[in-house]
Design a protein around this ligand. Structure first.
Ligand code: ZN
Length: 385
């Protein structure tokens, strides 16, 4: 298999998206992922790095956000006093206007690059899917993925948005709830057990968007056993029918086993299966125009290695790093400096998991709920590899 052409966007100034020490969201985990990817890519990889991104303009941000909210962010950004931009999870910080504008701008650039190059683009700093047009939410000040979807629509594209973050991507889903040109498929931990408490099969869109918003809530502990078969059963038929021109993935790592905020217990194998499936679909349906953003993830060693692993797969590495391959010594030292935690030794992630509550009865129940909400069938695929 020849390596495909991949663009990775990483500007060191993304690190300024910083709520401070002790806040669960740490951009340093994404920085460590970018660094690890760069340090371990094979020399023959056809990967191009974009390292300079200017913040998005007010006009660009206002394609999703209200002028009043943008004003509040800008004002809070210049102030010395720390204020919250939502009800308590998302504080403003000095410079938050530029910092969030830069992350958003990277996702907008990613759309342009995917279009120009007919190739995937990896944007690990992005995936801030909770921000709403008029407010911050869940550590997300500006919704870069919604802006990317909007940019695609404004260019005439039909956009498929997939979200495998442990939390429901409410900002994006409700932002395009009535759009007939946005297919939104969201796998997440059941809203009855996790923020933001939304994303049920009965929420299927409205108006032109009716039937194009697809929610798959999973119980805590569900694991790859739920994610992978459901993904293979539901995503390809919906995508083939919808025929997107662009695919945007929010690749949150907080579904990973051992995450400090969520409990879905996915493993690297589950993430790899999903990403491979999506790469195949992007080749088949939209000339490999696939934008992959980071997203949540609150255990630094899993976020760093998980996102770096995703980068390897997107770059078409034949198998990517082996589980027992040691991590570079210099990277391990950097990890310890950045996080104050012991660095992992290799790529293997000990996945101490509780038994999954998932089984074929649970799958049929959820698929049945989806089928009645959407008024269509999702037969089991004949071959499940
Ligand atoms: Zn999340």
């Amino acid at each position: 298999m020849t390596a495909r052409r991949l663009t990775v966007i990483w500007d060191e100034r993304f690190r300024k998206y910083d709520f401070g020490a002790g806040h669960p969201f740490q951009m340093s985990s994404r920085a460590l992922a970018a660094r690890l990817l760069e340090a371990t890519l094979a020399p023959e990889s056809r990967v191009e790095w974009v390292r300079e991104i200017d913040p998005a303009s007010r006009a660009e941000l206002s394609t999703f956000h209200t002028p009043e909210y943008l004003e509040l962010v800008e004002r809070s950004s210049a102030g010395k006093r720390s204020v919250f931009l939502d009800t308590g999870d998302t504080p403003a910080f000095p410079g938050c206007w530029e910092a969030s504008g830069r992350v958003a701008s990277a996702s907008l650039r990613a759309v342009a690059l995917a279009r120009e190059r007919d190739a995937p683009v990896f944007q690990p700093s992005g995936g801030l899917h909770h921000a709403h047009p008029d407010r911050a939410s869940g550590f997300c000040i500006v919704n870069d993925v919604a802006l990317a979807v909007r940019r695609g629509l404004d260019g005439g594209d039909r956009v498929a948005y997939l979200d495998i973050d442990a939390h429901h991507g409410d900002g994006v889903m409700y932002g395009f709830f009535d759009s007939g040109r946005v297919l939104d498929i969201d796998f997440h931990q059941d809203g009855r057990t996790l923020f933001p408490g939304t994303g049920f099969p009965s929420e299927t869109g409205q108006g032109d968007g009716e039937g194009l918003k697809v929610n798959l809530p999973l119980p805590p502990g569900a694991g790859d056993e739920a994610l992978v078969p459901l993904f293979r059963r539901v995503v390809p038929p919906l995508m083939r029918e919808f025929r997107p021109d662009l695919i945007v993935l929010q690749h949150g790592l907080d579904g990973h086993a051992g995450d400090r905020l969520a409990g879905l217990q996915y493993t690297p194998d589950g993430y790899a299966a999903v990403l491979d499936e999506l790469l195949d679909l992007s080749r088949e349906l939209c000339r490999s125009r696939l934008l992959v953003t980071g997203g949540g993830g609150y255990t630094p060693e899993n976020v760093a290695r998980g996102l770096a692993r995703a980068g390897h797969r997107l770059a078409g590495s034949v198998s990517g790093p082996g589980r027992d391959d040691p991590l570079p010594i210099a990277w391990r030292a950097e990890f310890e400096r950045e996080t104050g935690e012991a660095a992992p030794l290799d790529w293997s992630i000990p996945t101490q998991r509780l038994p999954s509550p998932w089984n074929s009865g649970a799958e049929e129940q959820l698929v049945g709920d989806l089928e009645s909400a959407l008024g269509r069938r999702f037969p089991r695929p004949r071959i499940q590899s």
